[in-house]
Design a protein around this ligand. Structure first.
Ligand code: SAH
Ligand code: SF4
Length: 426
């Protein structure tokens, strides 16, 4: 036993005859007693880890074992805003839980509602950083697009998040917290599908994303089917390998965006590190069917010849191609392909046997491309930083490495502008 220090205090103790009584308790605090690593919370643990933590804690306090089950349900399955709301638990126990297992929340700084039903959230984190989620309802499906980092080091020229630079990695509780907050808002409107297509590159935050996948999918977590959870990446190869090793059927989307190395390099600096050939090899090696994401930018990647090359790449893999109309927020000189060109590009793919879907632009009136809202509200716009890029992908090949690019300080605007409504017509 790793003894750390002796602690003595009054604690409620459950007694079958008298219920809860205050008793003076002396105990030796051990590593095992420290339920969570410093700086993290019970919501950073995976459901199996949290179960062990809570069961040990309940047993140490002489509480009936069924209390552990009740407590665990309240983490993700039937979440509540604070332990006070868990009225099935006795009040002294709720007090003790509040003290021992604080439940971190994300603060909704801005919520925008689009005329098409899309809702966009700008969450403020405990340290003032901002992240975004977008809820996209389509029929009975409610897809939540979540962020895995605040900002992004990879600087794709068309992306609003890319213009912010990298701020920091999110913890598992902050990533899964985006789902938890929506369930707290309306349990009946729990997301049915999750896409890691918000801010950040999830495979450059693998340790937290790995845990989040478990929290999203586990029956004692949010219980969302693995096939309904899609991780989108520019093609961080060690991360793709790590994802492939997970036994669940999580889906992989690869942001291709160009059919040649030169075109891709002009849009995505990551091409220098993991080039198109290597990304295609990783896509072929991935056990399950992949999706290619392809943002259509006028004059850059939307020619018939580009469609033909893309078809040649997608066909042997049976890959689905998602065609994304360009949202504003990245380089203002880039223009979206017009509707006719998008249709022609999609038809050309389909005529060559490719399953191609043109994603409808949702929430264009509410800055719904991830990163756009943060740039508007916080004025966080700075150029791509090669140093942050190198720190993110240049040195470590190991996705489980925890070293992260240094967050470059920004002069944060003090005024939080009211959300602007922007409507684009095309
Ligand atoms: N970093 C990951 C996941 C977040 S971005 C990735 O890049 O895949 C999620 C998707 O949104 C990516 O396919 C990305 O290319 C796309 N995207 C970024 N900016 C966009 C824009 N301005 N218009 C349309 N799609 C965009
Ligand atoms: Fe980062 Fe993805 Fe945006 Fe590229 S598209 S800058 S990888 S968030």
């Amino acid at each position: 036993m790793w003894l750390l220090w002796r602690k003595q205090r009054w604690e409620p103790q459950f007694n079958h005859r008298h219920g809860f009584q205050a008793i003076r308790r002396t105990s030796y605090l051990s590593i095992m007693d420290l339920p969570i690593a410093p700086g993290s919370t019970i919501l950073d643990q995976t459901p199996p880890e949290a179960r062990r933590t809570i069961e040990t804690w309940v047993a140490e306090r002489g509480l009936p074992r069924y209390r552990a089950g009740q407590i665990i349900q309240r983490l993700w399955q039937h979440p509540m805003a604070s332990w006070d709301a868990a009225t099935e638990l006795p009040a002294p126990l709720r007090g003790l839980l509040t003290e021992t297992f604080p439940l971190p929340r994300l603060t909704a700084d801005v919520i925008q509602r689009s005329s098409d039903g899309t809702r966009k959230y700008l969450w403020r984190l405990a340290d003032g950083e901002a992240i975004e989620s977008v809820m996209i309802p389509t029929g009975s499906r409610r897809t939540l697009c979540i962020s895995s980092q605040s900002g992004c080091a990879l600087g794709c020229v068309f992306c609003a998040t890319g213009t912010m630079g990298f701020r920091r990695n999110l913890s598992a509780s902050e990533i899964a917290g985006q789902v938890r907050e929506l369930i707290l808002e309306d349990a009946a409107a729990k997301p049915t599908n999750i896409v890691f297509m918000g801010m950040g590159e999830p495979l450059l935050n693998w340790p937290a994303v790995d845990r989040t996948l478990t929290i999203l999918n586990h029956p004692n977590g949010f219980g969302i089917g693995a096939r309904h959870i899609t991780l989108s990446t520019v093609g961080i190869l060690p991360g793709i390998e790590a994802l492939a090793k997970r036994p669940e059927q999580f889906r992989l989307a690869i942001s291709l965006h160009a059919p040649t190395k030169d075109q891709r390099r002009a849009l995505m600096p990551i091409e220098k590190k993991y080039d198109l050939d290597a990304v295609m090899r990783a896509a072929r090696a991935f056990a399950r069917r992949v999706t290619f994401e392809y943002v259509l930018i006028a004059g850059k990647n939307d020619a018939d010849a580009d469609a033909d090359r893309l078809a040649k790449m997608a066909r042997p893999l049976g890959a689905l191609v998602n065609l994304l109309p360009l949202h504003p927020g990245g380089d203002p000189q880039l223009m979206p392909s017009n509707a006719g060109r998008i249709r022609a590009f999609a038809d050309r793919l389909r005529n060559q046997g490719i399953e191609a879907v043109v994603r409808r632009s949702r929430g264009l009136d509410i800055s719904a491309a991830c990163g756009q809202l943060t740039v508007e509200v916080d004025g966080k716009r700075r150029r791509f930083s090669p140093a942050a890029f190198d720190a993110a992908v240049g040195r470590s090949e190991d996705p489980t490495a925890t070293s992260q690019p240094a967050a470059v300080p920004l002069s944060r605007s003090t005024s939080r502008a009211a959300p602007r409504r922007r409507v684009r017509s095309r």
